[in-house]
Write a protein of this length. Structure first.
Length: 89
């Protein structure tokens, strides 16, 4: 069983802001979801048939590409021969 404290911790990890009024509802919903997983754990995994797996993607075709200078020609900023992007963190 998941407690309200667990839900607060998970919300913090997921960077989801929960207000106190929502905490009870989310705890109930979270426990219901886990109850469904318990039900699914009781289902037999062998369905009696096997599906063949195959690749539906096309084969790779090697073609000439742009030269590095051509690819970087319209770049806003470059560094050491590569595109330079702003830091995210």
């Amino acid at each position: 069983m998941v407690s309200e404290r667990d839900v607060e911790h998970i919300a913090g990890l997921a960077d989801i802001g929960l207000i106190k009024e929502e905490l009870d509802d989310f705890t109930v919903q979270f426990n219901r979801i886990l109850d469904y997983f318990d039900i699914l754990d009781t289902v037999e995994g062998d369905c009696g048939y096997e599906q063949d797996r195959y690749n539906v993607l096309r084969e790779d075709v090697i073609r000439p590409s742009l030269l590095q200078e051509e690819a970087l020609k319209n770049a806003g900023e470059t560094e050491d021969g590569f595109f330079k992007a702003p830091k995210v963190m």
